[in-house]
Ligand binder design. Structure first.
Ligand code: TYD
Length: 204
């Protein structure tokens, strides 16, 4: 059996990561068993949590918001990610632990050490083999998101600048796991950069 691989896709809203994830899945499926999944809300209970997180129109305290994302993560890891990796699949996951660090930590201002601890609790210590951060300036990403914004996307420019800088900081702190791609380029250029990064990991 081939070794499972866990790759996460990160970046501010509207950075284009989901398009790239789908392109990569099509490419990898020619030779490997691949699953596409996401946080929050891959399936079942997670979808209910996603609905609250993105559409609830009352106030959600930052700590409560974090726990809801973490609850989704704990379920997602057990139900989908671990079994897939253990059966030798490549798991491509749209957002994971670094979203909580970037959005609830750098963005909302919660303590990063606590978030790190809680992330670890939710995942049982399972870490992505590779994380790609799609970096883009906030004006461009908000234009891509458009006028129909969900609860998170409505958090404002300053919030998103903190999120963006948070991701860049995370990449500096963990350069072996986290790679940054300039997502302002064309879809083809971004995808070629992505392939350059992914290929060495496929040989392991
Ligand atoms: P989604 O529609 O999946 O956004 P995108 O297509 O940009 O990935 O919405 C997920 C939102 O939830 C997004 O704004 C990021 C946010 N989020 C957090 O704030 N913390 C987290 O831990 C996760 C997983 C997502």
């Amino acid at each position: 059996m081939e070794k499972g691989l866990f790759i996460t896709f990160e970046g501010a809203d509207g950075c284009g990561k989901t398009t790239q994830l789908n392109l990569l899945a099509d490419f990898l499926k020619k030779s490997r068993d691949v699953i596409i999944t996401r946080e929050p809300g891959a399936k079942g209970l997670g979808e209910k949590l996603r609905e609250i997180l993105l559409n609830y129109d009352g106030e959600i305290a930052p700590k409560c918001e974090s726990f809801l994302f973490l609850a989704d993560r704990a379920q997602h890891i057990e139900q989908i990610v671990k079994p897939a990796i253990n059966s030798g699949k490549i798991v491509l996951c749209d957002r994971h632990t670094d979203s909580t660090a970037a959005y609830q930590g750098y963005g909302r201002g919660l303590d990063l050490k606590e978030i790190h601890y809680l992330n670890n609790l939710a995942t049982g210590g399972l870490k992505p083999d590779l994380t790609i951060v799609f970096d883009i300036d906030i004006d461009t990403s908000m234009t891509r998101v458009g006028v129909q914004k969900d609860r998170m996307e409505s958090a404002g420019i300053e919030f998103f600048n903190r999120v963006r800088n948070g991701y860049l900081e995370i990449a500096k702190l963990e350069p072996n796991r986290v790679k940054v791609i300039d997502a302002s380029k064309s879809i083809d250029e971004v995808f070629n950069n992505l392939l350059d990064i992914i290929k060495p990991f496929l040989l392991h």
